[in-house]
Structure formats: C-alpha cells, structure tokens
Design a protein around this ligand. Structure first.
Ligand code: ADP
Ligand code: MG
Length: 428
C-alpha cells in the first residue's frame, strides 16, 4: 500500500515524502479514499495513529481540485478541543500544503485576537480553530463561515468530554447545510455515535485497531505507596533510573504545580502544563520537553490530550485518574510507533477502587511493587478521593461521618484527604 495508490495528487505526495512517511497508517489507508470520494466519514483509531493526516491530506486534495476563488473564503473548517491541538493540526496543514496554492491559519483563545484577525482578512482556504475563539470572532463579524465545504471535527471524544457540545451545535448553524463532514475520534462511545448521527450524512465508518493494543505493548507497573511518600518515590525513580523524558500525570492543576516545584528543587528539570497556564508557558514547556531541555513534563489529563510527543519511554501516573478510560489514554502515550514503553502508577490506599476499575477495563491485573522506605500506610483509609467534591459537600459529609463513626483514626485520615480536596474545584 502506498500513498500514491490512495489517489493523492503529486504536490501532496511530494510533501508526504518530505515528511518522511513511507506508507499510510491503517486509519489513513481506510479513511483517505472515502474522503476523496466526497463522503462523510466517521473514523476512530487510538491516539498516535496518524489521524491528522487521515483527514488533512484528502481535504487538501479536494480543495486544490476545486475552482480557485478570488476572495478566498474559508472553504474548510477544522475544529479541535485545545489550543495545543489546534496549533499542531495547523502545523500539519502547513506542511502538507507546502506545494499547493492553499492558504491556512489557526485561531484559538488565550492570546490577542488582532494578529489572528489580520491573517483572516488576507483570506484563507483552511481555518483551524478552537470553538470559543471561533464563535467569538464570528459574533464580532470578523469571519464568515457561509462558504465552508468541508467541516472536520477532530478529537471529537475530547470535545464532548470538555463540554463543547453546545459550541459545536452553534458552529453547525453558521456553516452551509450542504457540506462534507469528517469526524475523527480516539474512542467510539455512545455519545460519539449520537453526535455523529446528528452531524454526519450517511457516513462511511472506518476504524483501525492496531494488532497490539497499547495495553499489550506497554509494560505496566503499580507501586503501592503511602500518599505522603509519593513525591519522594517519584523523584527516586526518575533520578535513579536516569530517565530523560518522563510524562507525569496529576489529578489537579495545583498538584501539577506543587510536584513540579519539588522536582526542580531536587535538581530535576521540570515544567507543568495545564489549563491555568498561559499559552506562551504551555508552548514553551512542550518545546522544552521535546528538545530534551526539560526532563519531566507534569500534566493534567486535558492539557495532555492529543499532544504529539513522539517516542515516550516513561509515563508515570502520580495519581490514578478517577475515569478508567483516562488511564488507557494516558499510557497510550508510551510505546508509540511500536517502540516499547513503561507506564507506572503510584497508588495510595484511597485510590484502591480506581485501580480496580482500571484493571476491570483493561481485563488484567497490573503487577504491584513496593519499594523499601516507600511502603504503603497500613492504617490509611481506602475511601476514594471524590472528584469534583466541593467544600460544602465535604462539610455536610463531615458532620455525618462524625456522628456515625467511632474510630478516631479513620476519621482523621478522612479529614486529611478532605482538606487536600479543597483544590478539587481546581481539577484539570
Ligand atoms: P492521532 O491524531 O491519531 O493521535 P497524529 O496525527 O498526531 O495522530 O500522528 C501521530 C504521529 O505519527 C505524528 O508524529 C505524525 O507525524 C506521525 N505519522 C502520521 N502518519 C504517519 C505515517 N503514515 N508514517 C509515519 N508517521 C506518521
Ligand atoms: Mg489527533
């Protein structure tokens, strides 16, 4: 199978060659022909399987075959959930269209809109956007979507997770009814099917499941550890393993910052990436991580979703996610392109239930290790940390527990975990 045999034009084949791709990935081989035929496509394949080129290449092919328009209205719109993803998809569009007469730009929030508006004024064929900024600029009359021919929803599952359903619906009202729709997603849930049903018109559905699922290629390990000893353990693992590129996941933004500071004060270069960071800080952190000037990137789930970080040997869950699927997404960042990866999770007593949920989802037990000096606390409560629990709920619960619980020990443990949870509104 070659890119040429998929029917892509010469300028695109040239760009593909420059990029160094030899053969289409399975999802590309399945999706590209249908997109070229002008059909609506629903494609799902896990993270890192080349979905971006799966829609970008045939989209550019179609746009370049179309009649050239003098005023360059926006003919293709690609929606992505995060700024980082928008920037990445845009970079890909730029690369693949190098030998075509196609103009593109990207817009997202968190930065000054002026340079974006200036670019739009010059006329673009392809617009990559996050929903918020897109709607904002449309409302200001600074862009028009009434000439869109191809509409792409990238990382559709994350869009839904991040609560963009309403925004997607608003965008749909701004683009012509007659258009080609492409929807790409890492997972294929009931909600995705529902969304697809409402957006896509008689779609071709393509799916690619790699021979080795992420879970099979990736070595997984659990360290049972006392909550208070996690920071010490993670620093020991990274320092003694002499690991150079480590992606660490925390549950909260606050937790990410705190851990990052501790790493730096132990002489490990680190940066945190989450929703409260400015666009500049996030871009800088990611660049530093990619060029190896930063050893550890501490991230929350949403900040890390979809980021293209090639060849990641080590992923560490400083805390387990409370949604089991997020675990699979997190560890899916190791062992990309067939390389072997190692995914480790530091698990304290209050995460026991989360671990069980994950093992149930992946259908296997993960090997447990205990490191001397970092043993789990035998007296710690196994009551789960409640995600999204706010202080008021905590108080209400506290008065109940007090009257019904006569063990002072477990009560104080719960109080401890609750006070840490003050930041739960700060999640992600
Ligand atoms: P996804 O959107 O499925 O998570 P991406 O589109 O971000 O994946 O691609 C993941 C990585 O694979 C990128 O670094 C991309 O350049 C690379 N890639 C994409 N297609 C190919 C291919 N046909 N051959 C080799 N590498 C590819
Ligand atoms: Mg993608």
């Amino acid at each position: 199978m070659s890119f040429k045999s998929l029917g892509l034009s010469e300028p695109l084949l040239q760009a593909i060659q420059k990029k160094g791709y030899e053969t289409p990935s399975p999802i590309q081989a399945k999706a590209i022909p249908s997109v070229l035929e002008g059909k609506d496509v629903l494609a799902s394949a896990q993270t890192g399987t080349g979905k971006t080129a799966g829609f970008t290449l045939p989209m550019l092919h179609l746009l370049s075959q179309g009649a050239e328009q003098r005023h360059r209205p926006i003919r293709a719109l690609i929606l992505t959930p995060t700024r980082e993803l928008a920037a990445q998809v845009f970079a890909n569009v730029k690369e693949y269209s190098e030998f075509l007469n196609i103009r593109s730009t990207v817009i997202f929030g968190g930065v000054n809109q002026k340079p974006q508006v200036n670019k739009l004024r010059q006329g673009v064929d392809v617009l990559v956007a996050t929903p918020g900024r897109l709607i904002d600029l449309e409302n200001q009359g600074l862009l028009s979507l009434n000439k869109v021919e191809i509409f792409v929803l990238d990382e559709a599952d994350r869009m839904l997770d991040m609560g963009f359903l309403r925004d997607i619906e608003r965008v749909m009202k701004l683009i012509p009814k007659k258009r080609q729709n492409l929807m790409f997603s890492a997972t294929f849930s009931k909600d995705i099917k529902k969304l697809a049903y409402s957006i896509l018109n008689n779609p071709v559905q393509v799916e690619a499941t790699p021979e080795n699922t992420a879970v099979e290629v990736i070595k997984q390990k659990v360290y049972r550890v006392a909550k208070g000893k996690k920071t010490g353990l993670i620093i020991k693992l990274i320092a003694e393993g002499d690991w150079k590129q480590v992606l660490v996941f925390t549950r909260t933004k606050h937790g990410a910052n705190k851990l990052c500071k501790k790493m730096i004060s132990s002489g490990i270069t680190a940066a945190a990436i989450h929703g409260n960071k400015s666009q500049g800080a996030r871009t800088k952190a990611l660049a530093g991580f990619k060029n190896n000037s930063i050893r550890v990137l501490v991230a929350t789930d949403i900040a890390a979703r979809g980021l293209d970080i090639p060849l990641l040997p080590h992923v560490i869950n400083f805390e387990l996610p409370n949604i089991a699927e997020d675990y699979v997404h997190r560890i899916g960042r190791t062992g990309r392109a067939g390389a072997e990866g190692e995914a480790m999770s530091l698990v304290s007593a209050d995460e026991t239930l989360y671990l069980k949920g994950i093992e149930k989802l992946i259908g296997e037990k993960i090997n447990v290790e205990i490191i001397e000096g970092f043993e789990p606390d035998p007296n710690a409560s196994t009551e789960p940390i409640k995600p999204g629990q706010n202080r008021n709920q905590g108080r209400r619960r506290s008065s109940n527990t007090k009257s019904s619980n006569n063990s002072r020990n477990s009560n104080s443990d719960r109080n401890k975990s609750r006070s840490r949870n003050k930041n739960s509104s700060n999640r992600r």
